[in-house]
Design a protein around this ligand. Structure first.
Ligand code: TA6
Length: 292
């Protein structure tokens, strides 16, 4: 076995016929790059990212499991993003069209993990790349003899040209939990979400489609999700960015996290049951999107 425990370098590179690419680390099953056919990077990744495990890289698409946030004795956002995953040798069937641009990864509970989270599980992630589209399919199987519950998120660090010019559509009128305010539910009043300060919210039971519109780049990211009813919206803004050791002071201007998540209602799995989620990130030019 050439892969050392904790080594962050082993990665899978997906390439599809138009030349777009994605890079997935075995460490955390973290997608750390997604480039379109013009080789433009679509995911934010911090240049100050700490290069050594156990901390996952700040950027790309880290996975939060078995919890989002930091309740109890489990580490913040769970341990899945800080473990070395393996290639899954028993994946879901694949359509021939996706054969060359898909990777299936798996993380199984270890004896060590059972000490902090005493539930045996198999967590799988399929990453598929097609023209203008990156699809992630997470699955969790209960391989234990008792039921367990978990919360989950795919944290999409999107690369934007200027956060003050970004608009998010699809979350208006929804209820949300606000990590910056006192506990409780709030209701979104704005027609679309724009950004002029720190934001850290969990929008609840969102529509399956959310659009993140980058006016300056004339690019719109469309996030479609299933099985993950909530959506986290996070930007640390200047003060919090300064406080984060793995983020440069100005980085908050060019990133926005919009996560697919199951947070408010934990997923409950009985023995041998499986949960499956799905998210598709795609890009369209904004002119095409307007009026939709
Ligand atoms: O809602 C997003 C969030 O939970 C924020 O509170 C912020 O801390 C962010 O995730 C990053 O968390 P991390 O553990 O990756 O530093």
């Amino acid at each position: 076995n050439m892969i050392e425990e904790g080594d962050r370098s082993p990665r899978i590179i997906l390439i599809e016929p138009t030349g777009s690419t994605a890079e997935v680390l075995l460490y955390g099953a973290q997608v750390i790059s997604w480039k379109n056919e013009r080789r433009e990077e679509l995911l934010f990744r911090s240049n100050k990212a700490l290069s050594k495990p156990p901390k996952s890289i700040r950027g790309g698409i880290p996975i939060c499991f078995p919890q989002f946030y930091n309740f109890g004795s489990l580490e913040q956002h769970g341990f899945a993003r800080n473990r070395l995953w393996s290639l899954d040798d028993s994946p879901l069937p694949l359509s021939p069209a996706n054969n060359h641009s898909t990777v299936d990864l798996i993380l199984k509970s270890t004896e060590e993990d059972l000490k902090t989270w005493p539930h045996r599980f198999e967590l799988r992630l399929r990453v598929s790349l097609s023209t203008n589209k990156l699809t992630l399919i997470p699955r969790v199987r209960n391989t234990d003899s008792k039921a367990f519950s978990f919360t989950f998120a795919l944290c999409n660090y999107l690369s934007v040209s200027d956060i003050s010019e970004v608009r998010v559509e699809g979350l208006e009128t929804l209820d949300y939990l606000d990590n910056l305010l006192q506990k409780g539910r709030y209701t979104e009043q704005a027609d679309a979400i724009t950004f002029d300060g720190e934001i850290d919210r969990v929008y609840l039971s969102t529509p399956t489609k959310i659009a993140i519109i980058d006016h300056e780049k004339k690019r719109t990211y469309v996030l479609r999700k299933e099985g993950m009813p909530d959506a986290v919206v996070w930007n640390p803004w200047d003060k919090k960015a300064k406080a984060l050791p793995d983020l440069a002071d100005e980085d908050y201007k060019t990133m926005l996290c919009v996560d697919s998540a199951a947070i408010e209602t934990a997923v409950i799995l009985k023995p041998s049951e499986e949960w499956k989620g799905r998210q598709e990130l795609s890009t369209v030019s904004s002119s095409y999107c307007s009026g939709q």
